[in-house]
Unconditional design. Sequence first.
Length: 169
Amino acid sequence: MYIHKYYILMTKPMSIETDIKQKKFRSAYQRLVINLVYTSNWIGYKQMELFKEHDLTLQQFNVLRILRGQQSNAIKVSDIADRMLDKNSNTSRLVDKLLAKGLAERKSCPSDRRAVDVLITQSGLDLLAKLDPSLEEWENSLSTSITTDEADQLSALLDKLRTSQKQII
């Protein structure tokens, strides 16, 4: 009987109502917005647990991924800011922290002496290479909750939501 109850608890889906202890929402759209914010924060906390042991924040990780994506080509801080997932990040401060940790380096911008180009260092690449398997494992663990088709559908719906709101504003 105990195993049966445990099995039921493990297969019963959680809901935003249960997680935040709220019985009712004003509308389906309010529930959606709150669920998106809550889930986004939940994902962020899960990622922070992984980065914490490497003295890295989500935003610093995002900058490192952007720098790695440049494939040894320098990039301006303003261009990094344009590509950040968190648009409220202080990109200059994040870059300074990565420089202090030896994960990035500055180069003079030949076309604009006032601008600073940033490159990822080998230490930065090594750290990302160390983090990649754990991140991939965690991302793949999502397949126990939703299928690839559902993940694609959810992504498409989120893209549609952002696209429609950009046109309104």
